[in-house]
Design a protein around this ligand. Structure first.
Ligand code: DC
Length: 222
């Protein structure tokens, strides 16, 4: 049987950086589910779909094919045959993703893909509803969070490094808006699973958080 690790938490808590490192140390496959939602958002932006129109959304989703592959251990996400891994990281896509991720039709589309991966392989999967909905039987669940201030600061530095213009206050506001939406949506809201280990990374380094997760995983695998 495969060993599954679920990491959930709000945007900017460091999930993907830490999950990538921990997966590498454990020789697990890292599955970034946010990238799958982002690819769908990009597809819906491109087709100009009115996401409030259920029938239009259903039709658009039928024509949206999202798959993932791995290149040197790094996840690549494909939208209708095009590798969109780099195009899905803009603030515009982030904001659209948060809106479309609230739609049950969108979530249903990705559930099978995510569960299928976890059945076949030892995965470390990060997202918002992995421990609560997608992999309720995961052998290790982590809820990784950090203060809004810390998360906004991290996102600001990331965007600045990429040369994108941004203001710290605006990013903090966007993070709060996204948190609210992700935590209060009806379908699969972001919340800590009862059996998840809570880690607040505000005062911890990436290495400290990674070590803690790897240590917990090794203990549970033993
Ligand atoms: O983790 P991320 O920033 O790439 O996620 C982008 C958006 O997708 C975020 O608003 C939450 C949503 N998401 C989700 O609803 N469920 C997941 N399993 C992963 C991401």
């Amino acid at each position: 049987m495969s060993f599954n690790i679920a990491i959930d938490g709000p945007a900017g808590a460091g999930k993907s950086t830490i999950a990538k490192r921990a997966a590498r140390e454990l020789s697990f496959i890292y599955v970034d589910t946010g990238a799958m939602y982002r690819a769908i958002a990009l597809g819906l932006m491109r087709s100009g779909t009115d996401i409030e129109d259920e029938e239009a959304l259903r039709q658009a989703l039928e024509q949206t094919d999202v798959t993932i592959s791995y290149e040197n251990g790094v996840q690549q996400v494909w939208l209708n045959g095009q590798n969109v891994s780099d195009m899905i990281r803009t603030e515009a896509v982030s904001s659209m993703t948060s809106a479309i991720a609230a739609k049950p039709q969108v979530r249903a589309k990705l559930t099978g893909l995510q569960r299928g991966l976890a059945e076949r392989e030892n995965v470390l999967m990060d997202g918002r509803d992995i421990g609560t909905m997608i992999l309720p039987h995961a052998q290790l669940k982590i809820y990784l969070t950090a203060s809004v201030q810390t998360r906004a600061g991290r996102r600001y530095r990331e965007l600045a490094e990429r040369g994108e213009q941004c203001s710290l206050e605006e990013i903090a506001r966007e993070i709060e808006t996204r948190d609210y939406r992700d935590m209060h949506r009806e379908t699969a809201p972001l919340k800590q699973a009862e059996d998840a280990v809570l880690i607040d990374s505000s005062e911890m380094t990436i290495e400290e958080v990674t070590d803690r997760i790897v240590q917990l995983a090794r203990m549970r695998m033993a």
